[in-house]
Design a protein around this ligand. Structure first.
Ligand code: PLP
Length: 366
């Protein structure tokens, strides 16, 4: 346990000691056979997690770097941004900041953006790409991807998926769902330290990227593709984090990705049931913020009765040895969030939920 307590934050998440210790390995030159073997080892771990046969790009940046890359390298043309929370709003803002003609659909944080709303926009105008956040970390809402991808392709648009709190926690089928770009960060359900982002692009996306004229240099996915085929990265990667990734990839392969998804589903169900009990036991209006059939397996935002503030709960839980998240963005004071993701077990989550119940009872008694 750290000085802060056990992390049930929706990122960064708790990192196992074995993973931290892997970063003590010595430096090595990033142009050479030893590095290439390390990169290949990482591919062996990550491709089954993305469910792809394509190379997984390794970016020495946080996830936001690859969100920007996904936009910059997308085929020229307007971008359609699906917004239903703070991170999907960020994706739209990145598109704007990159100078793209950006059209936003949705805006309701209480649900996934309905497909018919997306289709209406696609019918009116030709978009080169759609941005979507798979698991909206600010609300705990999950957006179904297979139907969205099919719809996007029907209208000739690519789907750019931020699955930062989805991938490695809930099913993502990059190849089977024909997703054009899928990205994640190291510090969420992969349970690695922060500092790396991972992404997979379809061959169609990379072919079209050649015509994107403002790809820039650091996040040029055409370069990432070329270097990945040589088991290399375009610039010096965060080598210590790569060691950690290799070890964690093997750990996840041992667990199996299917078992990892099932463990996350169990933790999510536990958390949702706990919110129901909290409401029944206290008679207060606690509820899971996300709608019942669109909930993420990795993060739950809990809506609070007006008598309680998210910050007070986070502080009380910290005193009991657990780090949970406050509300995010405009939900800052009206919700708090539990990140039930990474390498946590249902047993350990039960302890965190108990500490949270104790805190809430204490606050309500005041
Ligand atoms: C955490 C998060 C990000 C941003 O990740 P950084 O690593 O901080 O850049 C983006 N999208 C979602 C959905 C996230 O949860």
């Amino acid at each position: 346990m750290s000085d802060f307590g056990t992390f049930f934050l929706p990122g960064p998440t708790e990192v196992r000691r074995e993973v931290l210790e892997a970063m003590l390995a010595p430096m090595l030159p990033h142009r050479g056979a030893v590095f290439e073997a390390l990169f290949a080892r990482i591919q062996k771990g990550l491709r089954p997690i993305f469910r792809t046969t394509r190379p997984v790009y390794v970016s020495s940046s946080s996830a936001t770097g690859l969100m920007e890359a996904a936009i910059r390298c997308a085929a020229p043309g307007p971008i359609l941004s699906m917004v239903n929370g703070a991170f999907s709003e960020r994706f739209a803002n990145i598109a704007l900041a990159c100078g793209r003609d950006t059209h936003v659909v949705g805006g309701d944080w209480h649900r996934a953006v309905p497909l018919d709303v997306v289709e209406r926009a696609l019918r009116e105008r030709r978009f080169s790409a759609i941005t979507v956040v798979h698991s909206e970390t600010s609300t705990g809402t999950l957006t179904a991807l297979p139907e969205l991808a099919a719809l996007a392709h029907e209208y000739g648009a690519a789907v750019l998926v931020d699955s930062v709190t989805g991938l490695a926690g809930v099913p993502v089928e990059t190849d089977a769902w024909d997703l054009d770009f899928v990205l994640t960060g190291s510090q969420k359900a992969l349970a690695l330290p922060p500092g790396l982002a991972f992404g997979v692009a379809s061959t169609r996306y990379i072919e079209q990227a050649h015509s994107a004229t403002a790809r820039g240099l650091y996040f040029d996915m055409v370069e990432f593709e070329e270097f990945a085929h040589k088991n290399q990265t375009p610039s010096t990667p965060a080598i210590s984090l790569l060691y950690a990734t290799a070890v964690q990839g093997e750990h996840i392969a041992h667990e199996t990705i299917e078992a990892r998804w099932a463990r996350h589903a169990e933790m999510a169900n536990m958390t949702h049931a706990w919110v129901g009990r909290l409401r029944d036991d206290t008679g207060e209006a606690f509820c899971v913020y996300a709608p019942e059939h669109a909930r993420s397996g990795t993060v739950t935002a809990v809506a609070l009765p007006p008598t309680l503030k998210g910050d007070d709960i986070v502080k009380g839980v910290a005193k009991r040895g657990f780090v949970i998240g406050g509300g995010y963005g405009k939900l800052k004071s009206t919700t708090f969030r539990i990140g039930h993701m990474g390498d946590h077990t249902p047993d350990r989550l039960a302890l965190c939920l108990e500490a949270t119940s104790d805190t809430i009872r204490e606050l309500l008694a005041k």
